[in-house]
Write a protein that binds this ligand. Structure first.
Ligand SMILES: Cc1cc2nc3c(=O)[nH]c(=O)nc-3n(C[C@H](O)[C@H](O)[C@H](O)COP(=O)(O)OP(=O)(O)OC[C@H]3O[C@@H](n4cnc5c(N)ncnc54)[C@H](O)[C@@H]3O)c2cc1C
Length: 246
């Protein structure tokens, strides 16, 4: 008997976090046959913990004509076309369409009134509206590109697609699914990767402070910055009035 043809999709999106869910839903609603793959048990674990559990989902003060002003980095223009074509106003309209209540905290920051779960349900509903196929948990073992598009070996078998989207997020919090998959794929396809530096640094506490309930804030703390070698003077200690300043 001849082998059954490999499943084929117009686009495969790897990573069912905020970016992957949104991308899969948008592409599918434009008529593409889309497969969304994630290795974790649950979708969008980072949305679940975002904004202290309420999800800081956009900022009203972002200037859609010059979005790059708000994004520091080696290439601030990177976000320009995406954020000029899909503005905070567009996302607010989507949130309103799903009846999610929200409020502004300060400087244009918008948070959900209830829980970040509202935003996960919204993104899943957008995927369902487009008929996205969802494989989860599913490991991607390898990616190859040839004349017939992309071929992925996964824990659910081999699959092909015309386009591939890598939306596997950053490295923070591996215990909820973060991996360096995106960086490895970038290297495999010869894309330039800038040296990685931590952007989020967790503060950990011993003793009494750590036993308090989650969600509390530290308003006055002392931070000691220690260089990797002991040759220079250390520690440098700073008193901070907010976690952000730390
Ligand atoms: C504590 C915390 C609070 C935050 N709060 C906010 C906030 O309020 N507002 C905000 O805008 N941002 C917030 N962020 C930043 C937030 O992480 C991003 O905005 C958003 O979650 C990034 O989405 P993403 O889809 O790029 O990545 P992620 O949400 O990390 O999704 C990546 C997905 O890819 C999957 N994946 C990873 N590796 C593989 C692999 N090898 N194979 C298959 N699947 C894989 C993961 O399981 C995950 O589901 C917060 C971050 C943290 C850590």
């Amino acid at each position: 008997m001849p082998d059954a043809p490999l499943p084929f999709f117009d686009a495969i999106v790897v990573g069912a976090g905020a970016a992957g869910l949104f991308c899969a839903g948008q592409a599918a609603q434009r008529g593409l046959k889309v497969l969304l793959v994630d290795h974790a048990e649950k979708v969008a674990e980072k949305i679940r913990i975002s904004g202290g559990g309420r999800c800081n989902f956009t900022n009203r003060e972002l200037d859609p004509r010059a979005p790059h002003k708000h994004f520091p980095g080696e290439n601030p223009n990177f976000c320009r076309s995406a954020l000029a074509r899909y503005t905070p106003g567009d996302f607010i309209a989507l949130v309103q369409k799903h009846g999610i209540p929200f409020h502004e905290k300060h400087k244009g920051q918008l948070f959900g009134d209830r829980s970040a779960e509202d935003f996960i349900r919204m993104l899943l509903a957008e995927c369902a509206a487009g008929g996205v196929t969802h494989w989860q948990p599913c490991r991607v073992e390898s990616v190859a590109h040839g004349a017939d598009g992309y071929r992925l070996q996964t824990s659910r078998g081999e699959v092909r697609s015309r386009a591939l989207v890598i939306a596997t997020g950053g490295l923070s919090i591996p215990k909820i699914g973060a991996t360096d998959f995106g960086h490895r794929i970038a290297q495999q396809f010869g894309l330039k990767v800038v040296p990685l530096r931590p952007a989020l640094v967790p503060l950990t506490f011993d003793g009494g402070a750590g036993r308090r309930s989650p969600g509390w804030r530290v308003w006055r703390c002392r931070c000691a910055l220690r260089p990797a070698t002991r040759s220079s003077a250390w520690p440098s200690t700073k008193t901070c009035s907010s976690p952000t300043a730390a």
